[in-house]
Design a protein around this ligand. Structure first.
Ligand code: PHE
Length: 421
């Protein structure tokens, strides 16, 4: 029965890996992270169908071993599916923060453990996982998701159960509007849309742009609206707006329509998995490389180089952080992350790390670990030294932070500029 209900719960691909038995206090460099990162990173894009039912019985546990007197965090992320690199980077960042906090004594004398559910990049699965974490696992805080549509599916569950939720990186304004228990440690898309409109207009001197949006993504629809508004206010013209739907692989009809309008740039506020293919098809159709693609944080993934190849080089996107930032806070994180996971952390890893640290600091300050007490403590977050910038949460539970513009180079995201709100 137990197993049946788990299977019915939508094949949450939960893998029992990285359970840190000696657990608490293990230094980051020897943490379970290196192993879990690998096992997640090499998982095929769509493992859900093959996931044996037995693995669903045990979600991934990181940080301290569960069972003892631990403070349990919940995490929902896309460890598989088209947005897998978002979930994997975020998980590493969260794990690093928790291992470090445990080494420093944990929260109110207790170690932290985190239960991680894979939502396979699907909103329905994100909602199921959130329900389980708040109602059955009874976590003290919920971390996730990355994709705004997935966070929007989770947020009502957290709000209803009065369990504080912090999205590391969902930028659509509607996410925190769900209620007073929903927070984020990143900026929101009205600002992000402005940043790229300004860069296109002021730096690239573009006056005529086209837009290619994902009509199934709240994130993409929001950015399309905000970019269009700002770019038009600055005197720019949107030549045409074309649409695709997440999961499409042929964008030629839309790109042909765009080419006919002769734009000077194409704004593509989608996720890396689509953007790479769009770039290739654009160049194949004869849209020259002097017409850059422009985008938002959804481009962030090392997979973008693989998918887009030289077709995406010379294109620009807005993002939360650059590892090139010489600030000691960033450089320390970079060194610690590299030691644990063997790669340079992307912005998702940085935001995951910041979200977990904001939650931990709030729980250390809170008078007790009840939902309302933790919620109030998170709401008071002010001048927190994040690796993605200084975090102060405003009255709408959003962080107000600068954005960076990066250029896609040959295997590297090149820092170009920073824009403040
Ligand atoms: N901001 C994106 C969203 O809301 C998610 C994202 C954040 C993707 C950061 C990549 C990097 O959907």
């Amino acid at each position: 029965m137990w197993r049946n209900s788990l299977t019915l719960l939508g094949l949450l691909a939960l893998l029992a890996i990285g359970c840190e038995q000696k657990g608490a206090g293990t230094p980051p460099s020897t943490s379970s992270g290196a192993t879990t990162a690998k096992s997640g990173g090499t998982a095929p894009a769509d493992t859900h169908a093959a996931t044996p039912a037995t693995s669903a019985a045990a979600p991934i546990t990181q940080g301290a071993a569960e069972g003892g007197d631990v403070v349990l965090f919940g995490e929902v992320g896309s460890l598989t599916g088209p947005e897998a690199s978002f979930g994997i980077s975020t998980r590493n960042g969260i794990e690093l923060a928790i291992n470090q906090a445990n080494a420093a004594g944990g929260i109110k004398g207790k170690k932290i453990a985190v239960r991680v559910y894979d939502d396979q990049s699907k909103p329905e699965e994100a909602a199921n996982a959130a329900t389980r974490l708040v109602n059955q696992d009874r976590v003290k805080v919920l971390l996730g998701e990355v994709a705004s549509s997935n966070s929007l599916a989770m947020a009502p569950k957290a709000q209803q159960a009065r369990v504080p939720m912090i999205s590391p990186s969902s930028t659509n304004p509607k996410v925190t509007e769900v209620g007073t228990y929903i927070f984020r440690v990143c900026f929101i898309d009205p600002f992000q849309g402005f940043v790229m409109a300004k860069f296109a207009h002021d730096n690239l001197k573009i006056t005529r742009a086209a837009v290619l949006k994902d009509q199934k993504s709240d994130y993409s629809l929001g950015l399309t609206e905000f970019f269009t508004r700002k770019f038009t206010e600055m005197g720019g013209k949107i030549a045409t707006t074309e649409a695709y739907a997440k999961g499409d692989s042929d964008f030629r009809a839309q790109l042909t329509a765009i080419k006919a309008q002769k734009p000077e740039a194409i704004y593509v506020p989608g996720y890396y998995s689509d953007v790479g293919i769009i770039a290739r098809q654009a160049r194949e159709l004869g849209i020259p490389k002097k017409i850059p693609l422009l985008g938002g944080d959804g481009w962030q993934s090392y997979k973008l180089f693989e998918l887009g190849g030289s077709a995406i080089e010379g294109s620009y996107f807005s993002d939360h952080y650059s590892p090139d930032n010489p600030s000691p806070v960033v450089q320390k994180f970079l060194a610690e992350y590299k030691a644990a996971y063997g790669s340079v952390p992307d912005s998702l890893a940085g935001l995951g790390y910041d979200a977990a640290r904001v939650a931990i600091a709030a729980m250390q300050r809170a008078p007790d670990l009840s939902g309302p007490a933790v919620r109030d403590a998170i709401a008071q977050t002010k001048d927190f030294p994040g690796v993605t910038g200084t975090i102060t949460l405003d009255e709408n539970r959003n962080a107000v932070k600068p954005a960076v513009v990066l250029e896609v180079g040959d295997g590297k995201m090149k820092y170009i500029t920073t824009t403040s709100p």
